[in-house]
Write a protein that binds this ligand. Structure first.
Ligand SMILES: [Zn+2]
Length: 723
């Protein structure tokens, strides 16, 4: 216990709980019961509402709005004292971005304005401007007051970062400050091609980084305690954080822990949670903790704040977090519930985490593939359509990696060189915006023998989204841009009268006439031997496409086994015949580098298509391409049915394998876990294998440096330790 208490809270607090207090809870917070619940669920830290939009203690500042029924009760103080008696870490929760009419009348200069000078509202509250004294003066006073009274271990703030980039603030302070910095007026509209707008975006990112530093400077120096950290909550989605001007790289590099507010599975699926954990650890280091708010209430569309989230939905999200080295933090809205099922959802996984936590932190991922991302790509390449332009290609590749059970890590574009010894294949999926320096780091990686897969418009723009005359990486990819393309990136239209997605891929050499089916004497091209990226497609000469293909000039290639078939009518069926058998335009260009790596340029956006349309052919083709590029370096083979997210970590003399069962989880919310199995697993590592979920040792076979074993059935998840 002494060693535990001598470790800083941000390194020792592995399980968290949060009862997010509503105004009404002032009259019905059963502290004794929650105290028992903390113990029952093994929490080591709690997040307790203190102030900001609503104060739960009698603040001396009249503009600090008190909870409606608070009067002079000090609810924060009472919960803080109870948690301290239990030896728990306490973070004071702030939520600070809006205020009352009274506040606005006293400080109208601190609030956001639209282009006509009208204040912006959220409900009946006025939205504070992030560049104003509300943040520099008022909130600083509140932080100091809470430190004076309660000495919390730290602070965490829910809505700390002001407005998002869909709204431009025209308050006098913003106008003056932007002019002082850039000698220009605030942009009048969102225009991603306007240099002034791009500066405004960067100015906003920098302000959030400054707020983070300012608040930490206050909490640490005023309290005299360097461990009294201020932590704005962030989400695990780079696109969401781009939208909110939160530079994940700039923020995480300066933080000792992150309080992750990434509560529900997005459209991408449960796998987004393990992905986020790896992406965030890649920025801040694998020795840090990332607790994540995991709601026990139903929080997607539709939301029910007081109803229990279906158990399978809540628990699958939790174990996907564990697989990404995220720590659990249960979260309820309100302190009294009539749907009491929600109190038991987290308990078994909190207990399991407590029993096994030494294997679940302080470990580094084993991967053979790095997938590159950056905010600049989402912002300045994605522009008004960040999701379909910049995010879908990335997520499509990640989905293929998971489906192919190929371990990978997300890599920030500035960290390619830093991380290059961690993988053998680098994937640049839809990375339109890359700086010259980032492109140089790709070249260095290739010079070290690395393999690269680049798709679509990768490297056609600089880091500010300015278009180049050719791919910056044309020298290594072996192709040149013509600046034109076929097809598009939209969802297909619901009517058969529009056939702009009715395009196909042609596989070479053609061989359908040697397969079962009618024969008309169609000529076979080539020698009949297909490239291994076409494995599994023997009976098909064409595959569905429906995406966008870049028209490129090929300078060099060892193979280009897939070409593009232009769209043709769908309806009526009499007209639905191929007008042109083959455009001859290459969909994929394969090369081998002089340094031993393999280079793939994917002109057809199979990555985006797979994320958007979920066709198995697109996923299987991507898996084939990744495996060809990896050239035998993938450290694990898993044979068995279903969709299983596999993450591998190394820790001292142990190897830890997470398997999460995602089979059939496109249903939302998830009703039940469907067990799958058996699985034959083979991994390049030696040692005894045991399951942390079933607590059993497994029979193993060792051969040529590989260890083989079998798992009969996978339910929610399994975690295997080899040591
Ligand atoms: Zn402003």
């Amino acid at each position: 216990m002494e060693e535990y208490m001598n470790t800083p809270w941000y390194q020792r607090t592995l399980r968290w709980g949060q009862t997010n207090i509503t105004e009404l809870d002032v009259e019905r917070y059963d502290i004794d019961w929650w105290r028992e619940h903390w113990k029952l669920t093994k929490v080591q830290g709690v997040v307790v509402n203190a102030g900001g939009i609503v104060a739960y203690y009698p603040s001396k500042y009249p503009l600090h709005y008190r909870a409606q029924f608070l009067n002079d009760r000090d609810l924060y103080g009472e919960i803080n004292a109870a948690a301290r008696e239990e030896g728990l870490t306490v973070l004071a929760r702030m939520d600070s971005n809006r205020a009352t009419e009274d506040f606005f009348q006293q400080h109208p200069e601190w609030f956001t304005r639209d282009i006509d000078g009208n204040p912006r509202m959220q409900g009946d509250r006025y939205t504070a401007c992030i560049f104003s004294g509300y943040y520099d003066t008022f909130l600083v006073d509140i932080l100091k007051e809470i430190i004076d009274r309660y000495e919390p271990d730290g602070f965490t703030d829910n809505s700390w970062s002001g407005m998002n980039h869909s709204q431009i603030c025209y308050c006098e302070n913003c106008k003056q400050s932007f002019f002082d910095n850039y000698g220009a007026d605030i942009p009048r509209e969102i225009d991603w091609d306007d240099e002034n707008f791009k500066k405004w975006i960067r100015w906003n990112y920098d302000r959030r980084i400054d707020i983070w530093a300012l608040n930490n400077q206050i909490t640490q120096t005023y309290s005299g305690n360097e461990d009294c950290l201020w932590l704005g909550m962030i989400s695990g989605s780079p696109m969401t954080e781009s939208f909110r001007f939160r530079d994940m790289k700039g923020i995480l590099e300066q933080s000792k822990i992150i309080m992750l507010d990434h509560q529900h599975r997005p459209a991408f699926g449960f796998q987004s949670n393990s992905h986020s954990g790896k992406l965030l650890h890649g920025l801040m280091g694998w020795d840090k903790l990332i607790p994540e708010s995991m709601p026990m209430y139903q929080g997607r569309t539709p939301s029910f704040r007081l109803s229990a989230k279906p158990v399978a939905e809540a628990q699958t999200w939790m174990v996907e977090g564990f697989a990404g080295t995220i720590q659990p933090w249960w979260h309820h809205i309100g302190a009294y519930h009539e749907d009491r099922r929600q109190y038991m959802t987290a308990k078994p996984l909190m207990e399991w985490h407590a029993e096994n936590d030494k294997y679940l932190i302080n470990r580094t991922p084993i991967a053979s593939v790095g997938v590159v991302w950056s905010h600049e790509n989402i912002d300045y390449y994605g522009k008004n359509t960040p999701e379909k332009t910049a995010v879908w290609p990335h997520e499509g590749m990640v989905q293929a990696l998971i489906q192919g059970r190929i371990p990978y890590i997300p890599v920030h574009a500035d960290h390619i060189e830093r991380d290059s010894d961690k993988f053998s294949v680098l994937i640049l999926a839809g990375m339109g915006a890359l700086s010259d320096a980032q492109c140089d780091s790709v070249r260095k990686f290739i010079a070290q023998g690395g393999s690269v897969i680049a798709t679509g418009e990768t490297s056609l723009y600089d880091e500010w989204g300015n278009r180049r005359s050719d791919f910056a990486l044309s020298d290594v990819l072996g192709v040149h841009s013509t600046g034109t393309y076929e097809g598009n990136t939209e969802m297909a239209a619901p009517t058969w009268e529009i056939y702009d997605h009715h395009s196909y891929l042609r596989l070479h050499p053609q061989q359908c006439e040697i397969e079962y089916g009618p024969k008309i004497g169609m000529a076979l091209d080539g020698n009949g031997v297909r490239h291994e990226i076409l494995n599994g497609f023997d009976s098909a000469d064409i595959l569905p496409f429906g995406g966008r293909i870049e028209n490129v000039v090929v300078e060099k290639s060892i193979a280009a086994p897939i070409s593009f078939i232009s769209e043709f009518p769908i309806f009526p069926p009499e007209f639905s015949w191929m007008r042109e058998m083959d455009s001859g335009k290459p969909c994929v260009v394969l090369n081998e580098s002089e340094h031993g790596g393999r280079i793939v340029y994917l002109a057809a956006d199979l990555d985006r298509c797979f994320r958007r349309d979920n066709f198995p052919d697109h996923g299987n083709m991507l898996i084939n391409i990744i495996k060809w590029a990896a050239n035998g370096t993938i450290p694990i083979e898993i044979n068995g049915p279903g969709l299983v997210d596999c993450q591998i970590y190394e820790q001292d003399n142990s190897l830890i394998i997470h398997l999460v069962n995602l089979t059939g989880t496109t249903q939302e919310p998830l009703h039940e876990i469907i067990p799958v199995g058996p699985f034959e697993i083979r991994i390049k590592y030696k040692g005894k294998v045991r399951s942390l979920v079933n607590q059993g040792a497994l029979n193993i076979n060792e051969k040529d440096g590989w260890t083989s074993f079998k798992i009969d059935q996978l339910g929610l998840h399994d975690v295997l330790v080899i040591e």
